[in-house]
Structure formats: C-alpha cells, structure tokens
Ligand binder design. Structure first.
Ligand code: FAD
Length: 179
C-alpha cells in the first residue's frame, strides 16, 4: 500500500504507528485506508504489548492467520478499491454512446461527489487532484471509459502495479475478451 503516513488533518503520524497504518479524521486508524496485512500486524503488535507473557505461544495463531480479510469483515483499502473499480468501470460500460446533456451532467456530478465521499480519504484526496488535472470526459461511453482507465492507471503507477492498455477497456468491462 502506498499511502502517505499522515492523519486526515494533515499532521504526520507519530513514529510509533506501525508501517502502512493511515489515521482517519477521528485520529484513529482508518480501516478503509489501510491494507489487511498492515491492520493484522498492528492488531498482533497491540496484543503482544498488552499480553507480553502470552507472546511465546502465538505460533499456532500466526500460522492460522488468514492472509486475506474474511469476506464478512469491513473492507480494507484493497477490497474496497477492487469493488469500487468494478462499479466505476461498469458504470462506464453501461453509459450511452451518445449521452444527453443531462446524462453528461449527472455523470460529472457523480464523479465529483464520489471524489468527496470515497471512504479512503488519502485515495479520495489524490483522486480529487487527478480530476483537477485531468477533467473527466463524459461526452461518450468510450471517452469516459478511457478517461476512467487513465485515472485507474494513475493509481496503478502510484502503487507500482502494471498499467492497463486503455484501448482494451471495453473488452475487460463490457464485451469480454476477443479471441
Ligand atoms: P485493482 O486495481 O482493484 O483493479 C481491478 C481490476 O481492474 C484488475 O484486476 C484489472 O483487470 C482491471 N484494471 C486494472 N487497471 C485498469 C485500468 N487502468 N483500466 C481498466 N481496468 C483496469 N489503494 C492504495 O493503497 N492507495 C491509494 O491511494 C488508492 N487510491 C485509490 C483511488 C481510487 C479512486 C480507487 C477506486 C481505489 C484506490 N486504491 C488505492 C485501491 C487500489 O486502486 C486497488 O483497487 C487495490 O490495491 C486492489 O488492487 P488489485 O490489484 O486487486 O486490482
């Protein structure tokens, strides 16, 4: 997870906080801004500090610790991101090829509101910066799909993930892959 180690109010986190943990606006660790791995490491470290005597018998627990969040737990930054990208690209896939002015206005409003409400505040902050730099293109399905693909690639680059070939966004999210 590449996320700045700072709190929502702009303060830097105290050095004691475990790596990868991002604070929310309430000053507490922000679950939807943090990966499950970092969250689990923090929980484990807290338990160790609260019960140093029990730290020798954690091996069995360690081995049984899942590497992914259980499906019925609140989402971490990755599960939230995957679900959100699925929704956003699917909105692009179902957007009209020739949208009316009202549909264009709705989509633009949605993107702007989304960028204010996204639960991972560090992600939302960077997304708002992206929108300021690259104005959302809502004139057609392909315009929006390609713009969104570019926005997703911007996050991919930040996280060190491979970039997606935006000429194939419809195959991935609308038509299925060509043979
Ligand atoms: P995802 O990146 O979630 O992608 C899901 C699928 O989309 C991929 O499997 C691939 O098939 C397809 N895909 C990949 N790239 C593209 C593309 N460019 N266009 C079309 N389809 C594509 N996480 C952080 O740790 N820090 C952040 O700052 C951060 N910011 C985010 C901002 C937003 C707006 C969103 C929605 C998510 C953000 N995330 C952030 C989450 C992050 O982008 C990933 O969702 C998460 O790391 C899980 O990644 P993944 O490898 O499962 O695939």
């Amino acid at each position: 997870v590449v996320a700045p180690l700072k709190a929502a109010n702009g303060d830097h986190q105290p050095k004691k906080l475990p790596k990868g943990i991002v604070l929310g606006k309430d000053g507490k660790p922000c679950r939807s801004c943090t990966s499950f791995a970092a969250w689990a490491a923090m929980t484990k470290e807290n338990a160790r500090q609260n019960n140093p005597a029990g730290s020798n018998k954690t091996l069995a627990t360690d081995m049984s610790q899942p590497s992914n969040p259980p499906s019925d737990c609140p989402p971490d930054v990755e599960a939230l991101g995957r679900g959100t990208w699925t929704l956003l690209h699917s909105i692009a896939a179902s957007y009209p090829e020739s949208p009316s002015m009202s549909q264009q206005s709705d989509l633009l409003s949605f993107v702007k509101l989304f960028s204010k409400l996204y639960p991972c505040w560090v992600c939302a902050e960077d997304f708002r910066t992206y929108i300021g730099r690259e104005v959302p293109k809502v004139e057609s399905r392909d315009d929006f799909g390609k713009w969104l693909c570019g926005a997703h690639n911007d996050v991919n680059r930040k996280l060190g993930k491979p970039e997606f070939d935006c000429s194939r966004w419809q195959e991935r999210w609308r038509t299925g892959w060509k043979d």
